[in-house]
Design a protein around this ligand. Sequence first.
Ligand code: CTP
Length: 402
Amino acid sequence: MAPSARILLIVSGGIAAYKSLELIRRGRDRGLSFRVILTPGGAEFVTPLSFASISGEKVYQELFSLTDESEMGHIRLSREADLVVVAPASADLLAKMAHGLADDLASTALLATDKPVLVAPAMNVMMWANPATQANIATLRARGIHVVGPGSGDLACGEEGSGRLSEPNDILDAIETLLGRERVLSGLKALVTSGPTHEPIDPVRYIANRSSGKQGHAIAAALAKLGADTLLVSGPTGEADPAGVAVRHVETAAQMLAACEAALPVDVAVCAAAVADWRPAQAGNQKLKKNGMTAQSLELTANPDILATLAQSKKARPRLVIGFAAETEQVIKHAEEKLKKKGCDWILANDVSAGTGTFGGDANTIHLISANGVEDWPTSSKQDVALRLARRIADHLRGAHA
Ligand code: CTP
């Protein structure tokens, strides 16, 4: 998976501070990680322990903490983030920012940062409308500080109007826009198969292959990152479940097909699994014994072709069906034949011959084959291949071909 972006989240005082817990929880699902600075005002509403538990990281509170300054000075704290987010941003903290005050950890980190800053104000309607606050916000905007919200509605103080902290999802969308993360696939459903399948011979033996699942898992992660509602149907692999992706773990080709069919309809299906072409016709209920046996022949029967089944589905064919072709010779020719035979829209062909290191390795060289011809992609990491594919899928589904 692509390294997650680091957010330095500054939580200042206000009843809305509790919403920042939800912000972190949902943000982690989107592949973001959070370090929290909690102001004394913020700590009146939510305990540091709550933020530490939900972020999985230490919470920073004091400017002059000997341990914190030796382990993680306030300068490093703001430098190591990709983005600084203040949510909720109180009237007081906005005023400090506008005037360059640095009398506590939050304001010092904000003054010291060289990263983009996003503020999500939350306060009483009159405090927000006050010309002092409005002048401060105008100053901050003029200096390039990004502002999300506030929304309007019922406020915790019992009054109504502008001053509500933006909803966590809106703040996260703003964060992702600032990070250059696109959500171009939001509202679309994606299905990805990954890994090998295990076809049982008896309770302890099975037929399998060397697929690592790295490329398929990276594709599921990339689709989710761009906002697709993604289901990964994974054979047995050593890969961790990607963040923000629903995962169905299966063993056999038959189970993989059933899980895929149950997921329909989807907008796009990417079949990256190395499905075993054959399975033992009759898996033994008991362990086969070698006693008294000479050479044993295994009767095999063909497995269903998941890619072809999805591509030729009459009821619920995904708008875009993508397969892989792992070839060791005549890569393009064989992949073009596969495209026709299976009836899919695109084939990502890769050379897996010995020496390329593709199988189980971290890099991949892809040729995208479609009705429009062949596109050669530069050799890159499986994560970059995945992101490039996810963007191509978005262009296709959202673009002229949709
Ligand atoms: N595939 C599938 N179900 C199968 C077999 C393959 O979904 N039972 C998919 C793979 O996920 C991949 C593509 O089909 O997207 C690979 O095609 P395949 O014909 O299996 O390639 P090879 O196994 O390499 O075939 P061959 O040995 O004929 O080259």
